[in-house]
Design a binder for this molecule. Structure first.
Ligand code: SAM
Length: 199
């Protein structure tokens, strides 16, 4: 299964994501960074090109470790001075322990059974799990051309993923974690929703 265009390189990914999010692109990362204290340890699950680290967490001396299926993204992260590992999160292995386990814009890759990966994140986190997920995206657009682009271009190399969350379906999913959800907020101009889970 070949990796689709958007995941071919960190540069292509950033250009396409900036196009999608417009002026709200940088607003994806700041609210997450604000929740992480200096010196904390972080495991970023499905880190992609690790912009959260290179643009925000690196300067806070956070002990960061990024995991992603994509070798190119991990190579970029290593070159940028971060720690990363090629890791298939679909495998049942326990995730590495850290104060904060983070996942951004990647929960849809685990549909139709996202509970399992969130459970493994909770098991690995010493303090909190932070998940931000798109609730408005190309793949669920009413425009068929945009929807096809959104679905086809986000194959991470482990198969095409067509389903996406909406705000009601994401809220319904996190209601299953009850009082563990201590904070929720719209970020990036309402394009993503952020949830903080206590361990
Ligand atoms: C939309 S990107 C999000 C990247 C980054 N977290 C961000 O918000 O910019 C989704 C990422 O999930 C990764 N991914 C998808 N399936 C994966 C899996 N089974 N194991 C590890 N990474 C995976 C892809 O390679 C891609 O980098």
């Amino acid at each position: 299964m070949s990796t689709s265009l958007i995941y071919r390189s960190g540069t292509v990914y950033e250009v396409l994501m900036r196009g999608l999010y417009g002026r709200h692109y940088d607003g994806r990362f700041q609210p997450i960074s604000a929740l992480i204290p200096a010196g904390a340890s972080v495991v970023d699950v499905c880190c992609g090109p690790a912009t959260l680290f290179t643009k925000h967490l690196q300067e806070k001396s956070v002990d960061y470790r990024g995991l992603d299926l994509n070798e190119g993204f991990i190579a970029d992260l290593t070159r940028a001075g971060g720690r990363g590992e090629v890791w298939n999160v679909h495998a049942d292995d326990p995730l590495p322990a850290a104060d904060y386990l983070i996942m951004q814009a990647s929960l849809y890759h685990f549909l139709p059974d996202p509970e399992a990966v969130v459970g493994r994140m909770l098991a690995a986190a010493r303090t909190k799990v932070i998940i931000a997920e798109p609730i408005r995206n190309l793949a669920t657009s009413d425009n068929r051309v945009l929807a096809t682009i959104g679905r086809r271009f986000t194959n991470a190399g482990d198969g095409a993923q067509e389903a996406r969350f909406t705000e009601p379906s994401l809220d319904a999913f996190f209601r299953g974690f009850g009082s563990r959800v201590s904070y929720r907020a719209l970020i990036a101009g309402g394009r993503e929703k952020l949830y903080v889970l206590d361990v």
